[in-house]
Design a protein around this ligand. Structure first.
Ligand code: GDP
Length: 219
């Protein structure tokens, strides 16, 4: 499984960051309403139903921090959560995209929101692009990757639901996704495979976030 190796100290920093309870700050539907205190943030993006809410809740160890949607694609806002002591950082839950049954006007609205947010957000340290470990990359993921490449937003692929495929299938998807991501200019090459269900990959993802929150970009 694509799980990076970190030192005990790096893992410990990740654990400490997420030990502090996170709180919902606000939901933003237009960029003018984005928080502007300059706190660093990381964002989670992915197709609707990719397991984004489940992953955020599992990372935080809080069952209902991000709303696990009953209807796919129900969250239409950029949801801001505090991260760490004194809420020094933000974790941003982006609206899920690629939901085929959503009304066109709505799709247009949140595509615009995602575009505007990604293009001009200096606080944004990295976007974690969530990819279902059973399905790999879809065209809607490629569209957002292109947008982030053009805006020079650093992003990293995170496989979700890694407990679902058999080991060989997972390895094949990882190889395929890695090869495609390696060609992308703004993408961080290391994939992280996770499961909200088993907890696999969560300590490593927490460590990456802690390093970014500390101002480091190296892991
Ligand atoms: P979101 O729309 O991206 O926020 O996705 P949700 O977190 O609501 O999850 C969508 C569906 O995938 C739900 O039925 C979850 O129970 C399921 N799911 C989420 N994470 C995992 C996981 O790690 N493993 C498995 N097997 N199912 C998961």
């Amino acid at each position: 499984m694509a799980i990076p190796n970190f030192t005990a100290a790096e893992l410990k920093r990740g654990e400490a960051l997420f030990k502090v309870p996170s709180a919902f700050v606000k939901g933003v539907v237009k960029v003018a309403d984005l928080p502007n205190e300059g706190r660093p943030e990381v964002a989670f993006a992915g197709r609707s139903n990719v397991g984004k809410s489940s992953l955020i809740n599992a990372l935080a160890g809080q069952k209902s921090l991000a709303r696990v949607s009953v209807t796919p694609g129900r969250t239409r806002e950029l949801n801001f959560f505090t991260l760490g002591k004194d809420g020094a950082f933000y974790l941003v839950d982006m609206p899920g995209y690629g939901y085929a049954r959503a009304p066109k006007a709505e799709v247009k609205g949140w595509t615009r929101l995602i575009q505007d947010y990604l293009k001009g957000r200096r606080e944004l340290k990295r976007v974690f692009l969530l990819i279902d470990a059973r399905h790999g990359l879809k065209d809607s993921d490629r569209e957002i990757m292109t947008l982030m490449d053009e805006a020079a937003v650093s992003y990293q692929g995170v496989l979700t639901k890694a407990d679902k495929p058999k080991a060989a299938e997972l390895a094949a998807i990882e190889a395929k996704v890695s090869a495609e991501i390696a060609k992308r200019p703004a993408a961080y090459p290391q994939l992280i495979a996770t499961s909200a269900r088993t907890g696999a990959g969560l300590p490593q993802l927490r460590a990456v976030i802690a390093a970014l929150a500390d101002g480091g970009m190296s892991i």
